[in-house]
Design a protein around this ligand. Structure first.
Ligand code: NAD
Length: 334
């Protein structure tokens, strides 16, 4: 890192979510694209032609050849271990896409690897960097006793699941993948629940070969008496991503179009537009990563801070397997 010079970033996995990170780096002051990596020649050619950045098929080679201040990785879940190991070996700060890992055992290993190597390890959970969802956090403190929380994240997947369809490569389906954001919001707003009770199915696409959940319903509760549910499905329409908090003094509802604060009768107290897409959140997220690299501060969404998300998901799948309520806290380290 050279003082007063833009920070140099390498992006690994450019075909899917990596494209969003690439756009965020290019649009953010003080950041520059140093190199890109993708095993898919077509995806790599596209991005090197568009950006002029050097391209690599092998991220170890990219890390060895190009001086960089940070890595941003958006890879299939079974490859997250390799990129965490490579960042640790090269001692380069890493912003890695969610989920933290395929399961809690792997998550704890990743956190330990990064802490032993002393690298900055941040998770991409961009709802935390979205102004509308951050406002929801502030409004949650004006709702009195919150007795009900509910999140819906639904759409219909339109391609083959590829690596997402198998437990081995993905670690889980709709709940673990897209639902990770909804779980993260719940843990952010209300903290980790005291129990979860989940059911999931993988029957929405009879013609496709996959065994991870395409639909999951997870009930949860707190010792305070608050209860709620998360519904995650990538098997049906209409597309919807909404999160509600219901309190004794009011209600808050957030989605991509904005946040509405209502009183208990449903009259609007305040209303603020959202961003409509994840562009602002992704830019805020990479800017936060850059700021942490420059200052040495711990990121808001550090890998360790993501352990409760993994604990919730692990408990939900265990609950479904054992047909009983499970405490997510049992999966957290002492
Ligand atoms: N934050 C979000 O909103 C969001 C949205 C979608 C996906 N994601 C996450 O992003 C990650 C990637 O998901 P995706 O949907 O982009 O997947 P994808 O399969 O669409 O794209 C992955 C890309 O990585 C490339 N790739 C595969 N192996 C590679 C390797 N060894 N080295 C370099 N490149 C390699 C592929 O060619 C492809 O271009 C996952 O962790 C997923 O959960 C996050």
């Amino acid at each position: 890192m050279v003082e007063n010079e833009p920070l140099r970033f390498g992006i690994i996995g450019t075909g899917g979510m990596g494209a969003g990170h690439l756009a965020a780096v290019q649009a953010t002051h003080g950041m520059t694209l140093a190199a890109v990596c993708d095993t898919d020649s077509e995806a790599l050619h596209q991005v090197t032609s568009d950006t002029g950045a050097p391209g690599f098929h092998d991220f170890e080679e990219m890390i060895a050849q190009v001086p960089m201040d940070g890595l941003i990785a958006a890879l299939p879940h079974h490859l997250h271990r390799d990129i965490v190991a490579a960042a640790c070996k090269a001692r380069i700060p890493l912003l890695k896409e969610k989920p933290l890992a395929r399961n809690m055992t792997e998550a704890l290993e990743f956190v330990e690897m990064a802490e032993d190597a002393g690298i900055l390890f941040m998770l991409a959970t961009q709802r935390r960097y979205n102004p509308a969802y951050a406002r929801m956090k502030q409004i949650s403190e004006q709702l009195g006793h919150i007795f009900l929380a509910r999140g819906q994240y639904c759409f219909r997947w339109s391609r083959d699941f590829v690596w997402r369809g198998q437990w081995e490569t993905a670690g889980g389906g709709a709940l673990h993948d897209m639902g990770y954001h909804t779980v993260d919001m719940l843990n952010w707003y209300l903290g980790l629940p005291d129990w979860v009770d989940a059911e999931w199915r993988s029957s929405g696409f009879p013609a496709m070969d996959y065994d991870t959940d395409d639909t999951a319903v997870t009930m949860f509760g707190y010792d305070s008496g608050a209860i709620g549910y998360l519904l995650t499905t990538w098997a049906t329409t209409p597309a919807e991503e909404t999160f509600y908090l219901h309190g004794t003094d009011g209600v808050a509802r957030a989605d991509q179009t904005g946040i509405v604060h209502m009183d208990t009768t449903g009259s609007v107290v305040s209303q603020e537009p959202g961003e409509g897409s994840s562009g602002i959140a992704l830019r805020n997220q990479v800017a936060h990563f850059a700021q942490c690299i420059r200052t040495g501060a711990a990121p808001l969404t550090s890998a360790r801070a993501n352990l409760p998300n993994m604990a919730f998901i692990e408990a939900a799948y265990r609950s479904a397997a054992e047909e009983t309520r499970v405490s997510p806290r049992d999966f957290l380290p002492e």
